[in-house]
Write a new protein. Sequence first.
Length: 459
Amino acid sequence: MNSFERIHDRWITRFREGLPELIAHLDWSREQIEAEQTQRLRALLAYAKAHSPYQAERLKDIDSADFTLKDLPSIPPITKAEIMEHWDDLVTDPALTKAKANAHLAALRDDHETNPYFADKYYLSATGGSSGHRGLFIWDEDLFMATAGIQYRFEAQLDAQRPPDRPRRTAVICSGSYLHASRMVFPVSPDPQREVSVFPASTPIGDIVRGLNEFQPDRLVGYSSLVEELCAEALEGHLKIDLSRISVNSEPLTDEARHQARKAWGIDIHNSWGCVEIGLAAIESDAIEGMVLSEDCNIFEAADADGKLIEDGPANHLIVTGLYGKALPMIRYVLTDSPVITGTTGRNAPAYRRITEIRGRADVWFAYPGNVKIHPLVFRDVLGQHAAIIEYQVRQTPGGAEVDLVSHQKMDTQLIEKALRNNLAEAGLSGAQIGVRIVETLPRHPETNKLARFVALKA
């Protein structure tokens, strides 16, 4: 067993050991949830003040021992840009520096390193996020345990009540590389007897269909847009599998996809929402009545466009405090996703608030002649992993794409073009025409200031 396998097995064991407690949390009252939030928040604040120079200054006027949830707004929010600017002073382990973290990710990207764990202790991931701005974030063992637990606790709870009566096989469609957090968390199973097979999302859809027909899974986990494609393949008679559960992530779930899944397999899709900054934030229970916010593991403050905090309804953005994971304390971190939040009225986990919609998160597939469809991950796997890229925009062309990059240093754009052409060829688009240029700024919407990261050709 190599170093990666040894550490990963330990993390998975920790996840399975902690899962019963996280399942029990689903029956908590609102008072119990808030008591847990208060206790973990005080511990997090004390730890951050003691071990992070930046947080020590930021939190110098608070008393963590007596801190309450009502006191949270007294701490200024922090953005991704601020985290990237002050990264070395924000982390709580002196062995973690942005330079070393970026070197580790670059070695993984270029296949010079095979162990995704930095210092055999942390999982690092770079992300472009919904805005296209690069961020660099850390998961420790506690955050992984909580993230995987949130993802699978409803499924494990149902399995305990009604054990599966057929071969247990889960197909996971995600990034083929551990550089992307989806590869780290979604192929994990709470059931050690369940067989899990990973299908890289960049694989041509026909090859995925053939692989699934051979594997014959009873459960499917994947990106929303890819699952919608597979629903269509099933209805056309190409995909011949019998699913009992579908879970989707990373992208908006359409009503059409839900309809297609019911038509193909007679089951609902379980939607989820999360981000690499804090892990999984919400997932649908079997009641399919909105995504249950992981309020036992995170504190969510919804805000309007003016920054005023609101209880529920449409929010302009969220301010999130992660209660698990201390390597990079996420205390009042601004998430630019725009959710619609409802009160605590659900049948499952009734004391938890829910998200009924996430606005402004859509990624765009690129369709090329010959029925070639390219998922945004094919571009993100290259552009999101270069430390010098601050943000980017990809515009489809008839034979490939034009890419604009904002960078703080000189870059060899020909190497980026080559990597993109290789990725596109593996995804089914051979001989792609790719142009990459460095620009000072990217065009944003004049009112919302949002960046259209992927721009498809108009039909």
